[in-house]
Ligand binder design. Structure first.
Ligand code: ATP
Length: 133
């Protein structure tokens, strides 16, 4: 069977480049799964957990939006930020969660709610994924 290459890139670095058996990614219209020999495909990504299977194990990677492209047995993830689950700093994510919750509960008219909600989603998703690292 053909092999599948997964590459996850952010604006500042290459997070992962690996041969895998399967990729499940958080598309904006729902989770999608990719195996070798998939047809070319492009999707915007939501904030969420990407998982991949390799060497008999499933691993998780935090993704904060971006795009996924599938072509020629290669899945390229261009993410705004991404961390492998075991690299997530849970203390930092918990601080980010508290800041976002405080902004949302304060109901200050200067608060950008969409921005605070996105920060909260990133923080909670990181905390959930860190437990699966
Ligand atoms: P914070 O308010 O803590 O910066 P954030 O959600 O605003 O959180 P991002 O803009 O998503 O942070 O990411 C900025 C950079 O910091 C990226 O390189 C990202 O990988 C890294 N980063 C953010 N939070 C964490 C974390 N909890 N653990 C590891 N790396 C993180």
């Amino acid at each position: 069977m053909a092999s599948l290459q997964l590459e996850i890139v952010t604006p500042d670095h290459l997070v992962l480049s690996k041969e895998v058996d399967y990729v499940g990614a958080p598309g904006v219209e729902g989770e999608f799964g990719i195996m070798a020999s998939h047809i070319p495909f492009l999707s915007a990504l939501a904030i969420g957990g990407l998982h991949y299977k390799a060497e008999g194990k499933t691993r998780f990677v935090f993704i904060s939006g971006g795009f996924a492209e599938v072509s020629d047995n290669k899945v390229t993830i261009l993410a705004e930020s991404a961390e492998e689950a075991e690299c997530i700093d849970t203390a930092r994510a918990d601080e980010a969660r508290k800041r976002a919750e405080a902004r949302l509960t304060a109901k200050n008219e200067n608060t950008n709610n969409l921005r605070a909600e996105a920060a909260l989603t990133r923080a909670v998703t990181r905390l959930n994924l860190a437990n699966r690292g």
